[in-house]
Design a protein around this ligand. Structure first.
Ligand code: BGC
Length: 348
């Protein structure tokens, strides 16, 4: 069967292997036919050699952590042949740490967790894969074209879950939400914010292209320019760019008792001249919280699947701006101007 592989740490080692071995039975009871994998910044980082770890004893890693497939067989009886399914990315560490022991693997404390297509586990970019029932999310048949968005949505469902938990420290009635970055993560963050009934603002540097209309279709206000120029102080900010200057600006901008969730990953290596004392003063005197958020546990995946099922299917479909057949994989992994989400499709 076909598989998209890389040699982690070796740039430009991306390959389509035509005769990759079938998934081993010990990868999980449920056998799945791949329909699609989504591509994100993490995949580009792995391809660039800056991230990724092969499974023990292997030197290649099958890519793909944003999955959508169709069940071929499930002897456990959890799902049925023909069901749509997405595979949870992260598996708990073997110790396990206190969080992984409670299935809160997104909060792993010893970093020995594994992740399909990223760290120590083969990914979903292969014709067939296997998954255990505990890590399989059955999806509504209506998500056939967009179910691949469940993984990025799960990351935002977790972010919102933690915003709620932090907010519950006092009276918490957030109204205004700012999302920085109108890529897939930012737009899905805005979707969840609108589903919660908040007044939503999206800020991105793109003045044209698809982003303003995608934000507008959610009923969100779209801004360009800098965060400091905005004439309001958001109660919640979801920072989805990872751009260092934006990260600093949002921390200064959030309203008193407000919450900043950092969901974008920066590359690091650049320094900025910045008044850290003034920021500290603001955060302390306003009881602000700034926190980082990554990955998602099963609860968040279920919330994400539900959120997508109730969203406008046309809007979700328009987030996927390129669908590339697996034979043209190199095109899929080459970024193009105005891409939002690029998906690699496995069907023939
Ligand atoms: C994935 C997460 C993962 C993170 C770090 C992201 O692209 O969405 O599930 O935990 O990368 O590996």
């Amino acid at each position: 069967m076909r598989a998209i592989t890389v040699v982690p740490g070796r740039p430009d080692s991306l390959r389509l292997v035509p005769d990759f071995p079938e998934p081993a039975n010990d990868e999980g009871a449920i056998l799945v036919e791949a329909l699609a994998v989504g591509i994100c910044g993490t995949d580009h980082e792995i391809i660039g050699g800056g991230h990724g770890e092969p499974p023990p004893g292997c030197h290649t890693l099958v890519l793909g952590h944003e999955s959508l497939g169709r069940v071929i067989a499930d002897p456990s009886g959890t799902l049925h042949p023909g069901d749509l399914v997405a595979g949870i990315v992260r598996h708990p560490d073997p110790v396990p740490c206190a969080n992984c022991a409670m299935d809160e693997w997104d909060m792993c404390r010893n970093e020995r967790y594994t992740e399909h297509g990223i760290k120590g586990l083969p990914g979903f970019a292969r014709d067939r894969w296997r998954i255990g029932p505990k890590f399989a999310i059955g999806l509504d048949p209506a998500l056939e074209r967009v179910g691949v968005l469940v993984e990025p949505t799960s990351v935002l469902a977790k972010a919102w879950d933690h915003i709620d938990r932090i907010g519950a420290r006092a009276v918490w009635q957030p109204q205004t939400v700012l999302v920085t970055g109108a890529g897939p993560i930012g737009l899905l963050a805005a979707l969840l914010a609108t589903q919660r009934g908040h007044t939503v603002h999206v800020l991105d540097r793109a003045v044209g292209g698809r982003k303003p209309a995608l934000a507008g279709a959610l009923g969100a206000a779209y801004h360009t320019g800098s965060v400091s120029e905005l004439d309001f102080a958001p109660d919640v900010i979801l920072e989805c760019t990872g751009a260092p200057a934006v990260v600093l600006e949002v921390m200064c901008k959030v309203a008193p008792t407000g919450i900043v969730c950092l969901a974008g990953v920066s590359t690091g290596g650049r320094t900025i001249d910045f008044d850290a004392g003034a920021l500290n003063r603001d955060l302390v005197l306003e009881n602000n919280v700034v926190f980082g958020s990554v990955n998602a546990n099963r609860r968040h995946w279920d919330l994400a699947a539900e959120a997508l099922t109730t969203a406008d299917p046309g809007w979700l479909d328009s987030l996927i701006t390129r669908r590339v057949p697996v034979g043209s994989y190199a095109e899929a992994y080459t970024s193009a101007d105005d891409d939002i989400k690029v998906v690699l499709e496995f069907g023939d």
